[in-house]
Design a binder for this molecule. Sequence first.
Ligand code: NAD
Length: 472
Amino acid sequence: MSTVTPSTTKASQSPATSDSAPSVADVMERDPVFDELGFPTDPDNLYLQVVGQMLRAAEVIDLKHRVRIILAQPKNEVMVHFPVRMDDGHHKLFKGYRVQHNNALGPYKGGIRFHQDVHLDDVKALSLLMTMKTALVRVPFGGGKGGVKINPREVSPAELERVARRFTSAIAHMIGPDYDIPAPDVGTNAQIMAWMADTYMMGMDSNAQDGLRIVTGKPVEFGGSAGREKATGQGVADVLAEMLPGIGIPLQGMTVVLLGFGNVNSWAGRILQDMGARIVAVMDHTGALRNSDGLDCRALAEYSERHGGILGYEKEPTLSGSGTRSEQGAEVISEQEFYSTACDVFVPGALEQMIKPKQAALLNCRVLAEAANAPCTPAGDRVLTEKGIEVIPAILANSGGVTVSYFEWLQNKSSVTWDATHVDRELNRHMCVAARRTLAARQRYDCDLRTAAFAAALEQIGKVYKLRGIFP
Ligand code: NAD
């Protein structure tokens, strides 16, 4: 268990003082890197926001200028357009991205997102976060991210397979098992990883063992690792178990609210529930549910899997203690009621930029654990700071996924199979050490946890650049 020292933290100061976290506009005013690299000035731009967070930590640790400018832009940005035959016979053109942010510490690594709102700048932002994440948790990878502009809920399984395969072949010569290794993200899953691996193995003349390592997050039967599906949620739970006692929140009986109930948060919910937490409200794209006695995340996950969302679960019959059939005791609530639900820990695990000042003002929690990437805007962050809400940043909280992806890649490389207990133990060790590393950086630099996590990652990258030098 780690101890958080509250008196020196910005998050514990309420109301906001003059040294509260600066907005991106503040950072841009101060940081000449934005002008030097000709960045746009839109403060709502996700990439700008994430680079701003990185540069703030770079300033705190006095990172060399050359490393700052290298990290402020990805090494490679690839955009592809590819046609796919739809079930009715017509062809549709899709747009896809692969951004390779940095490989100073190892091969580019990061998920592939299938979502209708994927934009290049979002993919760039997520790729930078991957570089920070792998450096913080010390797995030997760099950072990358990819995406296809598609709503996977609006295509048939056969169309989805053709899109996944055609996208893989479009980027196949730019990725590689020791160069750039994709994984699942929003809208993609183990089945899509299996199609990607198969396409790569068929097209790139790679031997079967190498081909398997082209993606992680594969089905267990096809080179996947035990524990990968739940890994990100497990990592969120491991970090909370490590840090909450130091903040004065016991796991047993703590109340949790989940924003998003997909891969990450449905697993985080199930695991936290097993640890003794009460999940009092959940919201996904279909609606929001509340039960102050605690929602059964296992039953909710099964329902959501079957129906594509959580709404309707409240009407599901269940066997009560006396053996009679009753309903779940869950009530449908509004978005405003959802965000206002009192809890110890709020876990945003849906999409980016959902916690803006309006949502932050409604939150009634002590800790916000970022299961999603960049769920809080800088302006939202500021409100959280003013309210004294402790934010556990994404590059720490959700790094369990890439950690077990590394275990999967390692198992594929050495043709061994780890059992679930071994995976869980190694994951827990990595998460606890990363949490302690973040707390130590906070102590060292007297800053908020987000800046501390970035600082701990940047220290590692800075050291490697110093040792390697800049070519030529
Ligand atoms: P997912 O597609 O499985 O789930 C996304 C969830 O968000 C769904 O429950 C969806 O209903 C919900 N959602 C979408 N729009 C919403 C809205 N407007 N309001 C409320 N809920 C909404 O995705 P995932 O894999 O669970 O990823 C979630 C987040 O975690 C993303 O930020 C992703 O980048 C990040 N992440 C995922 C992994 C991983 O291993 N899958 C690893 C690290 C980080």
